[in-house]
Design a protein. Structure first.
Length: 296
């Protein structure tokens, strides 16, 4: 790939979030609603698309748990398949709104009285607050969120092994280098600092910089324009990362965008490779550390 710009996702690419963000999803639902999904089920929501925002995924998982308690006769895979189908059929298939699709699936599947009980019990704001406390820990929560924590926790943020090697960052420094991530800016700073990647603010997009989220192409296209790049490689660990590159290809025909799947997130092994290829990935690598060879 003769690219002149490389853009990286953060979670599952630069740092491993299996024991941080993904754990926070599962445990937040348990804390707030007394029941939850399995950690492996998180990937089904990710694969459905529109869940780059883990707060939305947490809310959707909680909605599923509550709906099951009211008679929803779908397992997680069936539920997330319906989310994917609804998104694919909508004009907003490039949008990030998996949560709206999850709400529609529940509304369609339950009787009116059951829907009302689910909505009465569902508490997305509390779920977000618990998520942030579990992820950040009490001290960082107070600093970043500006509130007083009601949970005493050190924070899962400390359980994020770095995946990228310093030699890889040195090699990628030969290109225009950027980041597009669903993390809030303050949490992106934590991960990038831990990974040893120092980027100017205008070389990255975080949750705070754009409302649409992946797989909407705006962030990727904007970085390409800022870099004056003719060919951009975007590497990420979810199908929505690949979809972002595909959507950028359609939105910006003057440039080429290559989507590269990275097998260090929720998608792994041969099955992960097939899933990326089915989503239109131009290449699949075992880890971000294989990216320089791909670009060489």
């Amino acid at each position: 790939m003769q690219a002149d710009a490389v853009v990286l996702d953060v979670d599952g690419v630069l740092v491993d979030v299996a024991d941080s963000y993904r754990r926070a999803i599962v445990e937040s639902v348990e804390v707030v609603h007394g029941d939850t999904i399995e950690r492996a089920d998180v990937q089904s929501f990710k694969d459905a698309g529109g869940f780059n925002n883990d707060w939305d995924l947490t809310a959707a998982a909680a909605l599923f748990v509550l709906a099951r308690g009211e008679g929803l006769e779908l397992d997680v895979e069936e539920f997330t398949d319906r989310i994917a189908e609804r998104r694919a059929a909508s004009a907003g298939a490039a949008s990030a709104d998996g949560l709206a699709a999850a709400e529609a699936v529940v509304d369609e599947a339950l009787a009116a009285s059951a829907r009302e009980r689910v909505r009465a019990d569902w508490d997305p704001e509390r779920l977000r607050d618990v998520f942030q406390q579990l992820y950040l820990g009490s001290d960082r929560y107070a600093d970043i969120e500006g509130g007083t924590p009601d949970l005493d926790t050190p924070g899962f943020v400390h359980d994020e092994p770095v995946l990228v090697e310093p030699e890889t960052l040195d090699a990628l420094a030969e290109f225009h280098l950027g980041v597009v991530t669903g993390r809030p800016a303050a949490e992106a700073d934590i991960a990038l600092d831990r990974a040893g990647l120092d980027l100017p603010d205008d070389h990255r997009f975080t949750m705070d910089d754009w409302a649409e989220g992946k797989p909407h192409p705006r962030a990727l296209v904007t970085l390409a324009e800022r870099f004056d790049a003719s060919r951009v490689v975007y590497a990420g660990d979810t199908l929505d990362d690949v979809r972002t590159a595909r959507n950028a290809d359609e939105a910006d025909p003057e440039r080429d965008y290559d989507g590269v799947g990275v097998l260090t997130g929720g998608l792994t092994g041969a099955a992960g490779r097939r899933a990326f290829e089915s989503a239109g990935a131009d290449a699949v690598v075992e880890s971000v550390n294989d990216l320089p060879d791909l670009l060489g």
